[in-house]
Design a protein around this ligand. Sequence first.
Ligand code: TRP
Length: 431
Amino acid sequence: MRSVRFLTGITTSGTPHLGNYVGSIRPSVRASLTPGVESYYFLADYHALIKIDDPARIQRSTLEIAASWLAAGLDPEKVTFYRQSDIPEIPELTWLLTCVTGKGVLNRAHAYKAAVDKNLATEQDPDMDVNAGLFMYPVLMGADILMFNAHKVPVGRDQIQHIEMARDMAHSFNHRYGEHFVPPQAVVEESVATLPGLDGRKMSKSYDNTIPLFASREQLKKLISGIVTDSRAPGEPKEPEGSALFQIYQAFASEAETQTLRQDYANGIAWADAKQRLFERIDLEIAPMRETYHSLMNDPHRVEAILQAGATKARKISTPFTARLRHAVGLRSLVSSEVAVAKVAKATTASFKQYREKDGKFYFKLVNSSGNVLLQSRGFESPKVAGQSIATLLQLGLGALEALGSQLEPLEADCQETVAAALAGMAREDK
Ligand code: TRP
């Protein structure tokens, strides 16, 4: 059975938080362990340039995110784990895809449109402070996906549109240049919760309400104590619905543990105790990874070596594939195409010669313009039978060889292509 290829990218623009862990890192690491799945995970640092112009921050974020994935159990031996900017074929493919993508399609991309709408709402120039990177974002993402012909792309809801655009790019390219790309599909994990943040809104860097995944125990405890709750006193029954604390707990706890907390809410558990329980539960899962994380953060050489090995693995695919794509669109060596053209031209000026030998039998041969014999027949009893063989060859091309097998001298293997081209050329002229 052929395996299914999964691919996903993580923009290197910040420090991973618990929301990233629950929504992306943990399910992806689990999925990568599934048999029959081939996974590609990469650090989307070209994407980070769209919104970040602080070089040190991009470098630091790349290290933090790589260390987080590895600490969470991603096995670089099992998956292909690499940094986007180590694959120079990705920006190259971005250009090939740019040229098969309608500008109007990109005008409608959510991220770009949101920026424009924001400007329009304040009566500014629509493109004020919008860089062309934001506009091209979906094409770069399409190149990420199509380069490895991923079947499935696990993403958040906000990214579905980009996967659909990548599908369209695959179709338009294939339509023009032949079947090269697999149209990818978005996979949105319905069961994976979006984690609420400290203030109860979705945990997100843009709301500044996150809990860093690898906060120290003390920091973690302190941040959890800051999660919003209502003002119900100890002893008063509490509502699990709408409680950020409860939802975060649920994302880490088993069914049974969640049930117990639900009961304790009904029994009026004090918020301070509920927070303590949440803290212990999260720490139970994260503490073992925290050690690995810090040892990786203190050894960037090791992380760099892992990423380099991943890039080597990824380029085993991207380098030959890009060569094929370049050829497909016509970015070709002049020399190789000249040879190919000359070969065909020469071959197509070939002709059949019929003659009688001393043995009294009738023969034919296929000779090219330089007089080289491409195909030699055996002896026929009459010129008519020889003529029929020639007609069959012209009609069926190389496909006739088997049927005529006993009438022809065996063909050199490396001659086949030339003979086929010659026959096709003559058949065309016949028409
Ligand atoms: N744009 C994605 C995000 O911000 C990250 C990303 C870049 C990505 N390239 C990708 C995700 C390719 C999936 C596939 O979440």
